[in-house]
Design a protein around this ligand. Structure first.
Ligand code: GLV
Ligand code: MG
Length: 297
């Protein structure tokens, strides 16, 4: 949600998203940047944000606003704020610099040390080259995010819309990028999130496009409109059938290993082992987060 728009800020808590970020970066015009900080602080303090993860996207280190954004927003609304998002991260040092600044602001604001987490956006070629070091740069890091619009600009791709298919390309033009970010994130225990799809009226194309990162293993994707939120909640949650099967695998595996002392057994017409347990756990935790309950058998 653009931090300069009171109308959008008021609407944000009514959108059923797991996480909301209030933006001070690219959706805010340069002349509104400083004024938006207090609007964001007021929105965080005064609106009811339920239990969602609440984040503010600050401006990148190559601007003159980064430290002012952090100081004003964290000092003014740090108590309810869960994270700040750092865009256009190019090196691990940028994450370290933010970590150090946050430590001082937290101390001065009387907040517990480490209270504010960091989300980092990978959206430049240099950021992608350094993504492994970036993902390991700070214990505050919670999430790594791909930014397709800025990334297309950084690559100098001949496109005018970010984050959508390119029909002339025989395959997925971002497959390598998606995989590289996912591996770096997972290797460091981070959540991995896909960025925006800018054609907000094309819901069917959005639904189709979301599958690319969902099947690779991403945890979720940005929404720019409430209609996109509805699709994402459906696509990134397991189906009831998957949820029930995951539970059945866990039960069968427990029985096999603990009662029968076997590491690999047949489950229907497939073989399951420890790796199956790990795969099933992910479906169970996601399903529970989405409010699913195991069907009566
Ligand atoms: C998001 O910030 C993007 O550039 O895609
Ligand atoms: Mg961007």
């Amino acid at each position: 949600m653009p931090g300069s728009s009171e109308r959008f800020l008021e609407k944000a808590p009514t959108v059923p998203a797991d996480m909301t970020f209030l933006d001070l970066e690219d959706s805010v015009a340069p002349l509104e940047k400083e004024g938006a900080r207090q609007k964001v602080v007021r929105a965080i303090r005064e609106l009811d944000w339920d239990d969602r993860v609440l984040c503010v996207r600050i401006n990148a280190w190559d601007t003159r606003w980064t430290y002012g954004d952090v100081i004003e927003v964290v000092a003014g609304a740090g108590e309810r704020l869960d994270e700040v998002m750092l865009p256009k991260v190019q090196t691990a040092a940028e994450v370290v610099a933010l970590d150090l600044l946050l430590a001082q602001v937290e101390q001065n604001a009387g907040l517990p040390e480490g209270h504010i987490g960091i989300e980092a956006q990978i959206e430049t070629t240099r950021g992608l080259i350094n993504v492994e070091e970036i993902c390991a740069a700070s214990p505050r890091l919670e999430t790594i995010i791909f930014g397709p619009a800025d990334f297309a600009a950084s690559m100098e791709m001949p496109v005018l819309t970010g984050g959508v298919q390119i029909p002339e390309y025989p395959g997925d033009h971002f497959h390598y990028v998606f995989s590289k970010i996912l591996m770096a994130g997972r290797a460091n225990g981070l959540q991995v999130i896909d960025g925006p799809f800018l054609k907000i009226r094309e819901i069917d194309a959005f639904r189709e496009f979301c599958q690319r990162t969902r099947v690779l293993g991403y945890d979720g994707k940005w929404a720019l409109h409430p209609d996109q939120v509805t699709v994402l909640n459906e696509i990134f949650s397991p189906t009831q059938e998957q949820f029930d099967k995951a539970w059945a695998i866990l039960d069968a595996y427990k029985e096999a290993t603990e009662s029968d002392r076997k590491g690999a057994v047949m489950f229907g017409d497939e073989m399951i082992d420890e790796a199956s347990r790990k795969m099933a756990l992910k479906f169970v935790s996601r399903g529970e987060r989405a409010g699913l309950k195991r069907s009566a058998s």
